[in-house]
Design a protein around this ligand. Structure first.
Ligand code: THU
Length: 132
């Protein structure tokens, strides 16, 4: 299905403005577009008990599923942070994405300079663990 890469990056940058990252100072935003034309946003939310922090990708996916959507509704996902090359999801997020995204759903990885890599979870986490 059609999506506008630059608009996806704009929405992830907007999500990033809500990041709560007082410890790492590394702000990340994510946006997911669904077939009804809605954008579902997420940002990283840190905690003074560091392992309780949540990444932007998981925030966006959990937000979307919490609102009654699922992988069948998703057109594409974008992630943005301020780094030299496009941000790439951590291993934990890749595992969550492998379960909550279709394996071929486009994932746009970008940065504030708008460099980009368009990939999917099949490429980011080959041979992922699944209980079936
Ligand atoms: N982080 C994300 O939100 N997504 C990524 O793809 C990489 C890392 C967050 C976790 C933590 O709040 C901060 O960035 C530094 O690791």
């Amino acid at each position: 299905m059609n999506y506008d890469v630059e608009k996806m990056i704009d929405m992830a940058i907007a999500a990033r403005s809500n990041s709560y990252a007082p410890y790492s100072k590394f702000k990340v935003g994510s946006a997911i577009l669904t077939t009804d034309g809605k954008y579902h946003l997420g940002c990283n939310i840190e905690n003074s008990s560091y392992p309780l922090s949540n990444c932007a990708e998981r925030s966006a996916l959990y937000n979307l599923y919490s609102n009654g959507y699922s992988k069948a509704d998703i057109i594409c996902m974008a992630v943005v942070a301020e780094c030299d090359s496009p941000v790439t999801p951590c291993g934990g997020c890749r595992q969550v994405m492998a379960e909550l995204l279709d394996e071929n759903t486009p994932i746009i990885l970008s940065n504030i300079k708008r460099d980009k890599i368009i990939t999917n979870i099949k490429e980011l986490l080959p041979l992922s663990f699944k209980l079936n």
